[in-house]
Ligand binder design. Structure first.
Ligand code: FAD
Length: 446
């Protein structure tokens, strides 16, 4: 687990412990081999069965299957359930009986299937407690919070736990859902749900989201749901698609789905320095730097900007997408193996339904298009805050007096661009051509 996820987990466990106590129960935390610890708990509490919700990361599937066999072999009832997804990956097949690799037919197929209703424990229901509780480790003793206090900004933005999830879903459904289709691409607006970390940690399930959207639409007399609601639900569909892909292509966190990309000529020699500039938000491209700093300070980045910074890493710096995925893994509170893998492979052009590699996002144009007033950059890159909107996305093109009036000293308090866009674009396209050439030669030879 990355650092930001560990921060979330700490607070999430604290919230879970508090809500279990309200229902007369407790959270018991233990360290060790899962099956062994569970068997000890069963023995000490006289529990009749062990239940859990399924997860779909390859390593977790292997672990949980082993636990199930071991518990069953010991005569203990072991049952798992689906709560994380609307459609479990092994139940969805294309016409040929295989997995989908393109989103639109995947989602169309899913939407024809029934969705089980969301379930909820009624308020006040108590959970039966064992006569004697097993010993539990202190949550703080798990040392999930970072030693260096880089998480200072997280608490003002996030409330891990079920209550935080429910509150956020309510606010989003009431205020932003109807305009989602238009506002979701504007990073300075609160136009998306920001539900991703709660969904990842299972504090909120997609069936609950689904039900809330339908209920809100019915209440407002807009049924079937509005375009905003439908586009929003299709993003939940992308989350389903990501899980589908990871389940069927379990090696994709390390390997490109499209095998020809294994030979992509990455420019690994650009070195640590450029990677660090990207990580720290010091590339000299304001929209990229704003995104990377939003990530560092809050553990989250707007989807539009995730696409821009990812494209910058794989195309402008031509660094292997796995470097970017690793940084996101450590710094995102919503770090999720399936969605992160899909997002990075999509950006690098080597995944399912991916953006073609030759389509290189121009960071300045992306900034002008989606942050036209420059407010997103102003918020996260304060050293540029006084620049007018027409200069804020390309400060190196601003007249000297404009820079001076705004207190911007390029190369001093804000960097020059670490790569030139036109040159980088050409190099990226040349690398792609080299790959294509090779692929063609190999295809001929084969
Ligand atoms: P909303 O726009 O409100 O969407 C609602 C929900 O749908 C999200 O909470 C999320 O669960 C799901 N969703 C939306 N877009 C996507 C998508 N493209 N792929 C999969 N699920 C999606 N998302 C993660 O949850 N974890 C990651 O580690 C992650 N890494 C990414 C890396 C890259 C390079 C890119 C381009 C995208 C990544 N995403 C990841 C997808 C997406 O950026 C986030 O899910 C979204 O920004 C979360 O914000 P939100 O909750 O406001 O989304």
């Amino acid at each position: 687990m990355g650092g930001a996820s560990r921060w979330w987990l700490h607070h999430s466990l604290m919230a879970l412990e508090a809500s279990l106590r309200e229902r007369g129960s407790r959270l018991v935390v233990a360290r060790g081999n899962s099956a062994t610890v569970l068997k000890e708990f069963v023995a000490s509490t006289g529990a009749g069965a062990v239940f859990w919700n399924r997860r779909y990361e390859p390593a977790v599937i292997a672990r949980d299957s082993a636990i199930k066999s071991e518990l069953s072999a010991a005569g203990i009832e072991a049952k798992s359930f689906n709560s994380a997804l609307l459609f479990e990956p092994h139940t969805i097949k294309n016409r040929q009986g295989g997995p989908f690799q393109v989103f639109t037919p995947f989602w169309k197929h899913c939407l024809e299937l029934p969705i089980a209703p969301a379930t909820k424990l009624a308020p006040g229901v108590q959970i039966p407690a064992p006569e004697k509780w097993p010993r539990s480790l202190e949550i703080a003793g798990l040392e999930l919070r970072p030693e260096i206090k880089w998480d200072a900004g997280f608490a003002s933005v996030w409330q891990p736990g079920e209550a935080g999830a429910a509150a956020r879903l309510k606010v989003f459904a009431a205020r932003a859902m109807e305009n989602y289709a238009d506002a979701r691409n504007l990073p300075d607006r609160d136009g998306t749900s920001r539900l991703s970390p709660w969904l990842h940690f299972g504090e909120l399930g997609p069936r609950q989201v689904w039900a809330a959207v339908q209920a809100k639409s019915k209440d407002s007399g807009v049924f079937p749901p509005s375009n905003g609601a439908r586009v929003f639900l299709s993003e939940i569909g992308w989350r389903e698609f990501a899980h589908h892909l990871l389940f069927h292509f379990p090696r994709t966190p390390e390997q490109p789905l499209r095998a020809d990309f294994e030979k992509f000529p990455w420019a690994e020699d650009v070195g640590e320095e450029k990677l660090r500039a990207w990580q720290r938000g010091r590339t000299g491209y304001p929209i990229v730097d704003a995104g990377m700093r939003q990530l560092w300070h809050t553990g989250w980045m707007h989807n539009r900007v995730r696409m821009v910074v990812a494209s910058f890493l794989v195309k402008h710096l031509r660094l292997n997408w796995t470097h970017g995925a690793a940084w996101f893994w450590d710094t995102l509170v919503d770090a999720d193996l399936s969605s992160n893998t899909l997002g990075w492979q999509w950006s690098a052009g080597c995944g399912a339904d991916a953006a073609p590699y030759f389509r290189v996002f121009a960071p300045v144009l992306q900034g002008l298009k989606f942050d036209g007033d420059g407010d997103y950059v102003r918020r996260w890159v304060p050293e540029l805050a006084k620049l007018p909107a027409e200069n804020i996305h390309a400060p190196w093109e601003a007249p000297m007096h404009v820079l001076a009036e705004a207190g911007v000293r390029l190369g001093d308090n804000y960097p020059h661009p670490i790569v030139d866009h036109a040159t980088a674009r050409k190099a990226a396209l040349a690398a792609f051509k080299q790959l294509r050439g090779r692929a063609v030669v190999e295809a001929d030879a084969g």
